[in-house]
Design a protein around this ligand. Structure first.
Ligand code: HEC
Length: 84
């Protein structure tokens, strides 16, 4: 029983650490790319839900934001923390 608890707590810990890690990586990507053409405040003040962020990110990539396919998930994770 103790062992199972340990494994559960370990998994929860790892999961939350990797999720926070992706969010921080995403923040770095957004800060690198999304303040190039307009201020970052355009991003932080936007009022979007999850689906809208995905659309916006794709739109900005088409315009010229240099977000690699492998960076999109992390960037979205961070952008979604800005949801209201
Ligand atoms: C190549 C230039 C460029 C880059 C890089 C760029 N944007 Fe934009 N963005 C624009 C322009 C131009 C507009 C205003 C016209 C429009 O909305 O299409 C805009 C508007 C916006 C808006 C307000 C309009 C809306 O759809 O809500 C948001 C939010 C936004 N950008 C987010 C981002 C994010 C997030 C990134 C980084 C992934 C980013 N932008 C990178 C050019 C850029």
């Amino acid at each position: 029983m103790k062992k199972i608890f340990g494994i559960l707590i370990g998994c929860t810990f790892l999961f939350s650490v990797s999720s926070v890690g992706a969010q921080q990586a995403g923040k770095a990507i957004v800060e690198r790319e999304c303040g190039k053409c307009h201020g970052l405040s355009k991003v932080t003040k936007a009022n979007k839900d999850d689906a809208a962020w995905e659309k916006t990110l794709d739109r900005m990539i088409k315009k010229g934001a240099n977000v690699a396919p492998g960076e999109k998930d992390a960037a979205l994770k961070y952008l979604r923390t800005l949801n209201r």
